[in-house]
Design a protein around this ligand. Structure first.
Ligand code: BG6
Length: 469
């Protein structure tokens, strides 16, 4: 028996508005936090947009989306995940009336996808909170954000109710633990942010997410609305029970978000954590009922796993996707120091299924590498990215294993299916795409698109529903 991917498996690719659209001030768009983060998460925001911020132009997807979606269709995409830039619809975030021009852009974009039979999947908030909401309200630390976000959600749910079926509420919601500004629009520096304020902000997001699920289902009962976390399988560094317990604690910190999203309430271990840390969540009347609106499915990004130990002081650390961890001595790393662990994907799929019993969707997985555009033997410019093919194949084989284990997997999306500006370091050099875009860290480049070797490979994978892996 060959590899089994279910009929109707949603193959495709994934991006975020702020990393590729550009047009940062066009047709009424307001500034988002990304417009003042020229170098990613490691440096503080600037006062105003600066020329060295590659996201201001991105890969000019705003003007070239037709060409790009045609290329996605050529690969056979069933699904294309992007986000709606909140500040295109509500430039400041707290207006009553949306920006019609912004709404029209996404009408055109989704129509273009549907023209090729590609199902759009939309993230409502992907690290692009309107800047005004951070400066005026301190982002999600303020309860008012629940109101602004649900107004935004209701507006776009209503507008696109016949065009978009799959929605995600917050991208990698757990990343707020490490990056309160980028993930939660909170201007208070992380070192000064109290645990009380951090977990209150998280509570606001969780309530807003559940409220969006409720509103979305009222607008269109056929909507499938999911949550999205940064998944991080956390292994004990040794079998020492103290390491096992430490790994459990780290895992709990990351996955309690899923407990609330999928079961509608805070787990016991978080109640203990709140108590031991003097945190008293301000639950408004109605919050408990709102949280009961649980998600239809769980989605997640998967790039790497980490280790944990009770004695981490002298242990080598690995870089990571927004979170680092103790290095695993058994795993290789990418050029950016992220440890590569295909089996971790099978593990996390099983773990999430065992715990939450909800359908799962891998909405990000891929390899960031410094690709080189060179002529092939026919003289065509391409990228011989066989290392990316190896990476993707190894991960997909583990998805097939998880499916054989009985896990319900809805689909798989390659992150950054077209080269775009990376998030954590805001570079072009770190490329994930199956399509190369001629743009570079110094801002030069023609913005021309080129098919990489992985483009042709992925087309075959989709065309055979994974049989050719
Ligand atoms: C995820 C984000 O953290 O990983 C994406 O949802 C991001 O926005 C992706 O681009 C890869 O990370 P990076 O930092 O290499 O772009």
């Amino acid at each position: 028996m060959g590899l089994q991917f279910p009929q109707g498996f949603l193959w495709g690719g994934s991006v975020a508005a702020n990393q590729l659209e550009g047009a940062y001030q066009e047709e009424g768009k307001g500034l988002s936090i990304q417009d003042v983060l020229p170098h990613g998460v490691k440096t503080p925001p600037t006062d105003a947009p600066t020329k060295d911020n590659l996201k201001l132009i991105g890969i000019d997807f705003y003007h070239r989306y037709k060409e790009d979606i045609k290329l996605f269709a050529e690969m056979g995409f069933k699904t294309f995940r992007t986000s709606i830039a909140w500040s295109r619809i509500f430039p400041k975030g707290d207006e009553a009336e949306p920006n019609e021009k912004g709404l029209q852009f996404y009408d055109r974009l989704f129509e273009e996808c549907l023209k090729y039979g590609i199902e759009p999947m939309v993230t409502l908030s992907h690290y692009e909170t309107p800047l005004h909401l951070t400066r005026e309200y301190n982002g999600w630390a303020n309860r008012k954000l629940v109101e602004f976000y649900t107004h935004f959600a209701k507006t776009v749910f209503t507008r696109y109710k016949d065009k978009v079926k799959y929605w995600l509420t917050f991208n990698e919601i757990n990343s707020i633990l490490e990056h309160p500004f980028m993930s939660g629009g909170i201007v208070t520096p992380k070192e000064k942010l109290s645990l009380q304020d951090l977990y209150q902000a998280i509570h606001h997001e969780l309530v807003a997410s559940a409220a969006a699920v409720q509103i979305g289902h009222e607008i269109n009962p056929d909507f499938k609305i999911g949550c999205m976390v940064l998944s991080l399988p956390t292994y004990p560094l040794t079998p020492h029970p103290d390491d096992v317990i430490q790994a459990m604690h780290t895992d709990h910190q990351n996955t309690f978000f899923l407990e609330v999203h999928a079961r509608g309430k805070y787990p016991g271990y978080m109640k203990r954590f709140f108590q031991e840390n003097g945190i008293q969540l301000d639950f408004e009347p109605g919050d408990e009922e709102t949280l009961a609106h649980t998600v239809d499915f769980i989605s997640f990004s998967y790039y790497m796993s980490i280790c944990e130990t009770a004695n981490s002081e002298n242990q080598p650390k690995s870089e990571g996707n927004l979170f680092g961890g103790v290095s695993n001595p058994h795993l290789p790393s990418s050029e950016w120091g992220w440890q590569i662990d295909p089996k971790g994907l099978r593990y996390i799929l099983n773990l999430f299924q065992d715990r939450y019993q909800k359908p799962l969707f891998i909405v990000e997985n891929g390899l960031g590498a410094a690709d080189q555009l060179t002529p092939n033997e026919r003289g065509e410019l391409t990228v011989e990215d066989d290392y990316r093919i190896d990476y993707l194949r190894a991960h997909l084989l583990q998805v097939a294993e998880a499916i054989a284990d009985g896990v319900e997997v809805m689909g798989y999306l390659v992150w950054g299916c077209i080269d775009l500006v990376s998030n954590s370091t805001a570079e072009m050099k770190k490329r994930y795409g199956l399509i190369y875009v001629d743009r570079h860290d110094d801002g030069s480049g023609t913005l021309e698109r080129y098919r990489k070797n992985s483009f042709h490979w992925y087309r075959k994978v989709i065309g055979t529903n994974g049989q050719c892996l």
